[in-house]
Design a protein around this ligand. Structure first.
Ligand SMILES: Cc1cc2nc3c(=O)[nH]c(=O)nc-3n(C[C@H](O)[C@H](O)[C@H](O)COP(=O)(O)O)c2cc1C
Length: 177
């Protein structure tokens, strides 16, 4: 295997949901955040419609407001930044969740590649959570937020999980597990 494929595979396998960030909310360099967001745009999308938009949050007060409102995103209180992945549902009515999920995964992987940590926290399909974010940012009717991805400096608590189960791979025919 080439060193490039080694590196790519290593990032994929090292990625984990990071919910424990170091204290102090050290700033993430602007260039790093930009590089992370750019990888989201490299994701595949149905008919190449690219329905995504990204709200990048570095303001601690906004991060805290989101932490107050979102029940499973309390790590926002220690995050240095967050990205809200949104969809223009007029651009892709039928596949925006899928397209924006692919973009979200690229963000999670590139965060890992930069030695940072992140976790997907759900807005969609929880209407009340999505509505809170829509109102907070005065989002237009056609813009739906999918998730909030807090990003920070991992304190090392979380480790990647080995989730491979050979019996879930079915070659040429369905084999019952
Ligand atoms: C659609 C989706 C919604 C999720 N929602 C949350 C969430 O609201 N809060 C959270 O802490 N983690 C959330 N997660 C992260 C999962 O809990 C995590 O990916 C899973 O436990 C596997 O762990 P790993 O990411 O470390 O491999 C979500 C992940 C996905 C894909």
């Amino acid at each position: 295997m080439s060193s490039l494929s080694d590196t790519v595979l290593s990032v994929i396998y090292k990625r984990k949901s990071v919910r424990s960030f170091k204290n102090g909310r050290k700033e993430i360099p602007k260039e790093t955040l930009e590089a992370i967001i750019k990888t989201a745009f490299a994701a595949p999308s149905a008919m190449n419609l690219q329905p995504w938009h990204f709200i990048v949050i570095t303001n601690h007060s906004i991060l805290n407001t989101l932490g107050d409102a979102l029940p499973y995103a309390k790590m926002l209180y220690k995050a240095s930044a967050a990205v809200i992945v949104c969809a223009d549902t007029k651009v892709s009515e039928f596949a925006w969740e899928l397209d924006c999920s692919a973009a979200s995964q690229n963000i999670l992987l590139s965060v890992e590649a930069f030695g940072l940590g992140a976790v997907w926290t759900a807005l969609y399909p929880h209407e009340e959570r999505a509505l809170f974010v829509k109102n907070l940012f005065h989002l237009p009717e056609n813009i739906t937020p999918l998730n909030v991805i807090p990003i920070g400096y991992p304190d090392g608590t979380e480790q990647p999980k080995d989730k491979y189960i050979a019996q879930k791979v079915h070659v040429n025919a369905w084999q019952s597990v």
